[in-house]
Ligand binder design. Structure first.
Ligand SMILES: [Zn+2]
Length: 358
């Protein structure tokens, strides 16, 4: 028998939990789906919604028939009782208008208004709020009123990656459902299916860097980013390089690559991660010459310049790693990408070359 979950085998544990809740009549009205970006929270929420709206759901099963008068409009994205709130393209926040309408229509439009109207077709209205962790305070307070007293037929699913960005009052009104990173094999299968890689080795390598996120895997697989990363690692392996020039080149290439500052910041973080991994490989190579791994050859040739003085090399690598961590913290604290890269590249290039000429 086919199931609507056939093409989405991930998060079987969460599915099981919802099936039990459904069998026991214990579904609540507000859920918070929490987990890293790109692990399928939204897709899961959409399938769950179809299951709950389906008129011919197999008894006791969290599934949908795919044919009934609810499933057909659902699959055509025209179901009147399935609502979704998304951030507008290019915007950083979910605004209050999404919940209670624009200024001239306050209380007469938006999600909270829609939920207050009885379902058109069945006995439920289901709403998904994407990027709920980007609601501004005004939006969150508008939604809070609905969460405090949800209409009887309403079921809300808030989707978020960052729990700290949600108001405590919002969190406490929702039942949290945690989504784990996807296993490597799911990411590998995705990269191959979407033709984002040319060899199985590439797919394995990118999956290992992706943190179990399809969004991350897709961004890391971008040819533009892979080129920058490769050039960056080659630069780190040089006996001496120009820190300022490298930083400026990196910043300008990243700016062209990322659609917005958040994405550019993320790419920069991955470059910092790559540098840290490079130095860790060097350290492993230094302490255990038989070791191997990603980037080991590059790092091994770089560290061979210090092989005569292991203590000095270990100290230096410690310093360089610490510098990568500091830069990561600065970047997360919203220091500008250009400034962050300039300081980092200055320190990495000057410390490594000063030490090698000692
Ligand atoms: Zn159905």
């Amino acid at each position: 028998m086919t199931s609507i979950w056939d093409d989405f085998p991930s998060h079987a544990d969460v599915r099981q939990a919802f099936q039990h809740a459904l069998q026991r009549g214990r579904l609540t009205q507000s859920y918070l789906f929490l987990g890293p970006a790109g692990v399928g929270k939204q897709r899961f929420a959409t399938k769950l919604a179809q299951c709950l709206l389906c008129f011919e759901r197999p008894p006791g099963q969290l599934d949908a028939c795919g044919r009934c008068s609810q499933c057909r409009p659902f699959q055509a994205c025209t179901h009147p009782d399935f609502l979704r709130v998304d951030r507008d393209p290019g915007k950083r926040e979910l605004t209050v208008a999404k919940f209670i309408g624009e200024r001239d229509q306050r209380g007469k439009a938006g999600l909270c208004y829609e939920l207050s109207i009885r379902p058109a077709a069945g006995s439920r209205k289901i709403a998904i709020i994407n990027d709920a962790d980007t609601m501004n305070d005004e939006a969150a307070n508008a939604l809070l009123k609905t969460l405090e007293e949800p209409p009887e037929e309403a079921l809300l699913i808030l989707i978020a990656a960052n729990l700290d960005a949600l108001l405590p009052t919002i969190k406490s009104r929702c039942q949290t459902v945690r989504f784990s990173p996807l296993p490597d094999e799911v990411v590998i299968e995705y990269l191959q299916r979407e033709s984002l890689v040319t060899t199985p080795e590439e797919a394995h390598w990118l999956a290992s860097l992706s943190g179990g996120s399809l969004v991350t895997a897709r961004q890391l697989a971008q040819p533009g980013f892979r080129e920058i990363r490769q050039d960056w690692l080659a630069k780190l392996a040089l006996p001496s390089w120009d820190g300022l020039q490298t930083a400026q080149e990196l910043a300008s290439r990243i700016e062209k690559l990322g659609n917005d500052t958040a994405e550019q910041r993320q790419y920069t973080l991955w470059l910092l991660q790559a540098a840290a991994e490079f130095y860790r490989s060097a350290l492993r190579g230094l302490l255990n010459p038989a070791s191997s791994g990603a980037g080991a050859a590059n790092a091994a040739s770089w560290i061979s310049r210090w092989s005569a003085d292991v203590d000095q090399a270990v100290d230096l690598i410690g310093d360089l790693l610490e510098r990568c961590i500091v830069a990561t913290v600065h970047l997360q604290q919203n220091v500008s990408i250009a400034l962050c890269l300039e300081a980092l590249c200055h320190d990495l290039s000057s410390r490594a070359s000063v030490s090698s000429s000692r």
